[in-house]
Structures are given as structure tokens and as C-alpha cells.
Design a protein around this ligand. Structure first.
Ligand code: ADE
Length: 245
């Protein structure tokens, strides 16, 4: 079973949306578990303080290394076998590859930051993988932790239905997924591409692959470059033409 431990100042935020729908059903079925831990329980002063003003001045508050280290060490004692992550916009961007590896393991411990950040000495003193969910700033790491968990949970055995292995979907192939259509066949004068109604599976697959490539190239040149698309289709007029069929 995939066991998540969440170190947070807001344990009541969990499971939150992960208690509903696909993840919620999987939680009820015992396919994963979640243990939110109140970081404040590791404070030692009578105000139970977890933060203080930033050294060098500036706005906001910084989470204390000593308090966080006690929370982290207790979690490591309980679950020495699981990866320890901290959610921060300064972290390495989350990838589908990292998600796949995490989901294949025994679980994860996630430290959620709040305020202006975490005392850097925590990351010097403990082996913690810093992870970002994107180049924007959330009000805390909790939503980001939910993103990590949601992405992992849907990959756990038995969680996704038959539609599942998800081999075609965005990023699993290094490309964006091809566009989808469903009934009605005509909507506001627009029809479903003919090939998808042809019953010719080889033609459908070829069309989907071509659209996945064209859409990745136009929407996500960064992904396309990494995919090696530029090598397969050398720079030419073809690279710049808009193929929004
Ligand atoms: N905390 C605040 N913003 C974040 C982000 N983009 N990713 C991960 N954790 C965060």
C-alpha cells in the first residue's frame, strides 16, 4: 500500500479533494493511506512557534530549521524507507517520470512549506528532495503536495479502470496527448474528424500520432526539443507552419 505522510501546519486540509472521486475511492479501498502530521507539535517553546523573521530583513516569516528537523526526523524514524520531499517553488520541477517512480514505491513523506520559505540549513542538514509543481507561487506547499499525491495515486494498481494503463497520455510518450472527440458527431457545425469514424485502427493511430507531434511542436516547443523532434524534422518551413486542423 502507498503510504503518504504529510508534514503541514494545516493537517485539516487533507485528504481534502483526494477524498473524492478516483483518489477517494482508492483511499476507501485501502489502496493508499494518508497521515497528516501537525508540524507545530514539534515546537518546544510555550508559544509553539514554527517561524521567525527572515535573517537580513525583508517581508514575511521563515520556517525554523530546528522545529522542521524534529518533525522530519520523527517521520524518518517512522518511515525510513520512503522518499522525503519538500514542496517549494525553488525545487526541481515535478515530472511524469518522477511521479511514475514514486508511485512504484512504498509511499512518500512530504514537507509542506508556508510563509516566505524554509530556513536553508534544513536542506543542508537533511537529505530532502525539493520539488516544485510549476513556475508560479502558491500560498503554501499543501496544494502542491496534493498535486504530487494525485498524480501518484491514479497510477497505483487497481485505481484507474480499464481505460487505464494511460500509455498514450500526455508526457508518457514525451509528447502531448492527441485531441479527443465524442458524440454528437456534429456540434455547432463542427464534425468529428472523418478518420476517427472510419473504423480503420491503423489510420486512427497514424492520425493520433501525427496530431500528438504537431500539437507538441506548436504548443510545447520545449517538450518537442527534448523529444528529439527537431532531429526527426530538421528546421525548415515545415517547422513553422501552423497545423491547427
Ligand atoms: N509552494 C509554493 N509554491 C509552490 C510551487 N510552485 N511548487 C511547490 N511548492 C510550492
Amino acid at each position: 500500500m502507498f503510504a503518504a505522510t504529510i508534514l503541514t501546519l494545516y493537517p485539516e486540509m487533507f485528504p481534502g479533494p483526494l477524498g473524492i472521486s478516483l483518489a477517494g475511492r482508492a483511499l476507501a479501498e485501502g489502496r493508499w493511506s494518508i497521515e497528516p502530521v501537525q508540524i507545530r507539535d514539534y515546537a518546544t517553546d510555550r508559544h509553539r512557534s514554527v517561524d521567525d523573521t527572515p535573517a537580513g530583513g525583508g517581508a514575511g516569516m521563515v520556517m525554523r530549521a530546528d522545529v522542521l528537523a524534529r518533525a522530519v526526523d520523527a517521520a524518518l524514524d517512522r518511515r525510513p524507507d520512503v522518499p522525503l520531499l519538500a514542496m517549494t517553488p525553488r525545487g526541481r520541477p515535478l515530472s511524469q517520470e518522477r511521479v511514475r517512480t514514486l508511485a512504484a514505491g512504498p509511499g512518500v513523506t512530504i514537507l509542506c512549506g508556508r510563509f516566505e520559505g524554509i530556513d536553508e540549513r534544513l536542506f543542508e542538514g537533511r537529505a530532502i528532495e525539493q520539488v516544485s509543481v510549476g513556475d508560479y507561487v502558491l500560498s503554501g506547499g499543501e496544494m502542491a503536495a496534493m498535486v504530487v499525491l494525485d498524480a501518484c495515486i491514479r497510477l497505483l494498481p487497481g485505481v484507474m479502470g480499464a481505460a487505464s494503463s494511460g500509455d498514450d497520455e500526455s508526457f508518457e510518450t514525451g509528447l502531448l496527448e492527441y485531441p479527443q472527440y465524442t458524440r454528437p458527431v456534429e456540434w455547432e457545425g463542427r464534425t468529428i474528424p472523418e478518420v476517427l469514424r472510419s473504423g480503420d485502427h491503423a489510420a486512427v493511430n497514424a492520425w493520433r500520432h501525427a496530431r500528438a507531434e504537431a500539437d507538441t511542436r506548436s504548443r510545447r516547443p520545449d517538450l518537442w526539443e527534448r523529444h528529439g523532434g527537431a532531429r526527426i524534422h530538421p528546421p525548415s518551413g515545415a517547422r513553422h507552419e501552423k497545423k491547427d486542423r
